[in-house]
Design a protein around this ligand. Structure first.
Ligand code: ATP
Ligand code: MG
Length: 197
């Protein structure tokens, strides 16, 4: 048997396997997708999913639990497509040292997140950097988990951020971990507009 025949048999077998799995997937409902890990690309992937939803004419909403920079390319674009953004008010960033004010900012934006999670008109809700709110105990875990689980059946939720706690992983349908292999920043290259925000 030559290389081409071998390849043909191998891909035929693979196709049968994939087709069988596709047939098995019959459930229609929204999912919870967690994108975690230390590598770059979590928020980018979350916003990519929002772009997909909007591109198909669905409604999507974005909640940003950490404001990295005041300027946000995705927000500039998506707001013009009717995507509402809820952003942590007093500006929780890596620099704040005031736990109490961070907690009240977290709670305020969480109330907005909850209203999106109760509204069936949203096909997709992005909870960007939510993981830290649970990691630091800024928001009550039970309340967050319950709101996500009780969302409308056809709504999907994307959660990003490093160190997703086990409770988030267990309610998720899909969990991806982005691995940090190397990052330009560590070679002294400045974060770039239009690439990093
Ligand atoms: P992005 O928003 O680019 O998709 P991210 O959401 O995966 O990144 P965050 O942990 O939210 O990563 O980090 C926010 C900022 O830190 C971004 O500007 C990102 O480029 C940068 N960053 C992400 N990963 C790393 C890393 N491993 N080392 C240094 N900087 C990083
Ligand atoms: Mg991010």
């Amino acid at each position: 048997m030559d290389k081409n025949d071998k390849h043909k048999i191998k891909s035929q077998k693979l196709k049968e396997k994939v087709d069988a799995n596709v047939e098995k997937a019959t459930i229609e409902r929204g999912i919870v997708l967690v994108i975690t890990g230390n590598g770059k690309g979590k928020s980018t992937a979350g916003f990519g999913t929002v772009a997909r939803a909007v591109g198909h004419g669905y409604k999507a909403a974005v909640v940003q639990f950490i404001k990295g920079t005041w300027d946000c390319g995705e927000r500039n674009l998506l707001e013009t497509h009717g995507v509402p953004f809820a952003v942590m008010g007093t500006g929780f960033t890596w620099n704040t040292q005031d736990r109490d004010s961070d907690i009240s900012a977290a709670k305020a934006v969480w109330e907005q997140a909850k209203s999106f999670l109760q509204d069936p008109k949203y096909h997709l809700v992005l909870l960007d950097e939510l993981t830290y709110m649970l990691g630091y105990d800024y928001l009550p875990k039970d309340d967050v988990i319950e709101a996500i689980q009780n969302r409308p059946e056809n709504q999907s939720v994307v959660i990003t951020g490093r160190g997703a706690v086990s409770e988030l992983r267990s309610i998720a349908d899909t969990v991806s971990e982005i691995k940090d292999i190397k990052h330009a920043f560590r070679a002294g290259i400045k974060a770039r507009q239009g690439v990093d925000w």
